[in-house]
Design a protein around this ligand. Sequence first.
Ligand code: ADP
Ligand code: MG
Length: 696
Amino acid sequence: MKNIPELFGCKVFNDAVMKERLPKDVYRSLKNTIAGERLESSIADTVAREMGAWAVENGATHYTHWFQPMTGTTAEKHEGFIQRDGESGVIMAFSGKNLVSGEADASSFPSGGLRATFEARGYSAWDPTSYAFIKDDTLCIPTAFCSYRGESLDKKTPLLRSMEALSREAVRIVRLFGDTETTHVTAECGPEQEYFLIDAEAYRARPDLIYCGRTLFGARPPKGQEMDDHYYGQIKPRVFAFMQDLDEELWKLGILAKTEHNEVAPGQHELAPIFGTANLATDHNQLTMEMMKKVAARHGMACLLHEKPFAGINGSGKHDNWSLSTDTGRSLLKPGKTPSQNAQFLLFLTAVIKAVDENQDLLRISVSSAGNDHRLGGNEAPPGIISIFLGDDLMALLEDIMAGAKPEDRPRTRLNIGAGVLPEFSRDTTDRNRTSPFAFTGNKFEFRMPGSSDSIACPNMILNTIVAQTLSEFADELEKSGNFAADLNELIHRTLIEHRRILFNGNNYSEEWAQEAQRRGLLRFDSTVDAMAHYTDEKNVKMFDRLGVLSPTEIASRQEVLLENYSKTLLIEALTMIDLARKDIAPAVLRYENELLEERGRKSLFPVPLSTGLEDELLKRISSLSEQLCSRLATLEADVVRAKEVTGTLKSAVFYRETVFSDMAELRAVIDELETAVARKYWPFPTYAEMLNSIK
Ligand code: ADP
Ligand code: MG
């Protein structure tokens, strides 16, 4: 029997360990740092000494500054604790300097142009708000990563800045409602992580999965997810063993893995942790993805985190549950007990509604990647159009407010801002619509567009920033007010009417909604390329700059990196496809064709005439398909060459999207048909049916 409470966090230099090991004054000073004050340099050495000793006692031999470059992965450079001691001895040592900052060659990380103008060196700075932990016998110190001039080269820094901006503006608002105690407001987040598991042998036989994370071809299986028999279905023993092992690894790292279940598609599963601060949740989600892959390998399986590993089968997302709470323990997205708390809830709700409507472009950008493009817009994931689902009760309430009905004329709800109470919104009334990209679920919003492999740093950074912006506008207006209650009512009334177009409770997958959304003037971006061009729009640059989240150069560099990443991903996919088509698929087709020809030849030598109808039919089909294979392959190859000649990051990405991507789709269509035409024994790759059912 395992003692879970004892196991939990055993690899983390967490609060309990700090309290136990650090001198009282150092511990207190570090806690202040975690709460947002500057680190006193005098305590760094003491903290480092204890942290290092603790790590060595727990088996660590190395340390690393663990950071998150703009590509959305994590990076580490290991340094040994080892140091000379006298002539022949060594000691394990770790200093305050080692802890607080590191220097890394930034030239190998994408900088989106920042590097060209400045130095190649990159600096990492300890983030004391995220605990250090031990992984692979290495003490990992969560850090921010920036250039010589202090420009952020990572995903953590802007996230931390956005949390600060949001806290600052939210505190201004709660002050207006008489809250004098709150000093900090935190964005909290619980990301639900979807993933696929397939057998390692099937994985190894699919170079497209290995190089691209998704299958580049594969005919529809006879049985996909039509029977809906996988969702919440019985968990297979191998998968169960994996989940147990994974939970344990995550618990050791202090990650609150909580819910594990099967998802809709065969071989698809989900893990949800208990929510935490947006910063911790982001670090933990990165670690969770890493552990999923490692633990799967241990169990002879491969974990696929791509947004769309199998065409025609549900893809994987990451629902970002997001809420706001005060350091006094109050949720700001939950109706309260008093009229004033209810009014405050309505103001925060209104702020989110306005923020989402005014920044549809940024929310779409925050989830843009080549992988997620396959998912958004498919009939399983939110479409590329952003709207908010509030549920019937809350919607009725807002309708009343917008109609300007007096409290006593509001038969549908008991609520008004001046007096009375809001009904408690149960999950039942708020969580019915699974098609909405942005749904209110009782005391939090669930942003359902992020892709399964994405870091949630960017979606959370954007959410925090846009809400900070609207809160700041509200605070500017209300702080000047001479009649708070009346001006508050007027502000909510006016803002809701202005932004009501973003509210939609219906089916987001329907064609009618796409048309309706267009009538309402909502934005629709079908691809990363369409969306990404707007990152540097004046409205966005101004807002990020004003709130101190991203400077104009930092935004430009992010746009550059994301677009570059998009083009590179498509290039790798195209090259992989060409390689497999030439070296594996074409030879398989020829072998089968040859067998048919030989068979037919033998029959024609037979003294009695035999029917060759079947051979002729099959040969005709194969020959016509192989001709198409030949020409479509040639087109893709030629366009890949042309793509390399296109200059400019955006132009290049557009070419990949418009030309290379559609060439690949054309080629895939022939290959998938060939798969159904060529004899099984010649087909060189496991089929969809084999992969999706590879775990018994
Ligand atoms: P679902 O029905 O969407 O699967 P769950 O109850 O499983 O919903 O919760 C999904 C995620 O939302 C979990 O990670 C959970 O910790 C998180 N969550 C719950 N409450 C909050 C909150 N107030 N703020 C942020 N995340 C939350
Ligand atoms: Mg959910």
